[in-house]
Write a protein that binds this ligand. Sequence first.
Ligand SMILES: [Zn+2]
Length: 413
Amino acid sequence: MDAKVLKKAYAKIDGYRDEMIALQTDLTAIPALAPVNAGDGESKKAAFFKGWLEKSKIFDKIDQFDSPDPEVPSGVRPNLVALMKGKSSARRVWVMGHLDIVPPGDLAKWTSDPYKVKVEGGKIFGRGVEDNQHGIVTPLFAAKALRELGEVPPYDVGLILVADEETGSKHGIQFLLEKHGNLFQKSDFIVVPDAGAPDGTMIEVAEKSIFWLKFETKGKQCHASTPAQGINAHRAAANLIVRLGKLYELYPQRNEVFDPPISTFEPTKKEANVPNINTIPGDDVFYLDMRILPELKVDDVYKTIGAMAKEIEKEFGVKILMDPAQREDAAPATPADAPVVKALSAAIKDVYNVKARPMGIGGGTVAAFFRRAGIGAVVWSKIDEVAHQPNEYTIIDNMVGDAKVFAHLFLQE
Ligand SMILES: [Zn+2]
């Protein structure tokens, strides 16, 4: 990489501070809420943004892909894909952000209007400024710097702006991968700046499977003074809970990209049974929250639990029904030494002088959709993680810094 070009790009980006704040201000003023949050979707925000992109001439090609949705007035949930041609298309460096936001919640908890950006103490405040406009503005201004320098990047650079991230991604990245999957190839770099750490060192590469299981134990209700006349469902369930603790011994595998580095199997919610003390409960309901390492098979764990429940049924004469309340099998992890991880780590080191760490989390990022499609994707940004909170903010220095990280990544040979 040409160090002189990089330096010029960094200097350009330093000069974009006010423009970044101005774009954040415009975007924040157009709330894009999903219909389940009483909103009208992303159409207005996408239209503004498309206009902004066209006027800026940063990208060579801007496409809009609409997912039909009768729930919103415009009838569609728009996704924008902007592409800057590089010297080669053998690899494309994509950054994906989402246009939608979550509602501000209790307005009394905000010290300013959530849809009017407030600049104070090196931060900007407003709903959406971190989640996910920070992740939209930063790659955008990195690309702008290259364009203004007349620099053609070694590989194509793309910006993906999706709809519907906050409420399931059906009209967003799922729609794009299903209907326009030809945009992507296995050699592509994909960065999703939608989570991160305040020091910028976390590169998320993997997630655990999430498995929530409901246990309904059926015994026979009777008076507490004559327990022999009934079957105590509560005692049987309590014994099952203790037995489920053995899962930690049966699945002791470790994976150090995760914190904690093990699978977890925790009994959590307990539904109320009888309202009075002198009745033996005939029914008992509790739940188990499991976060299972991606290298383990969820079905295998499920089978083991089934066998434990069978033992309890036999021992106590109860019937136990198991019902998955939620199950999301982890996508295959992006290898901790994947080229995208290496390139991004080098960029982070250059800009922030810190050593980034590939890490796994408890589950539920949109990068999983790419990983399931066989494309390595990472989640990274330097943010305080105040998404969905009142007085959501992002740090202006981090916007400038993250834009430089993307410029470095875009110039990676
Ligand atoms: Zn987000």
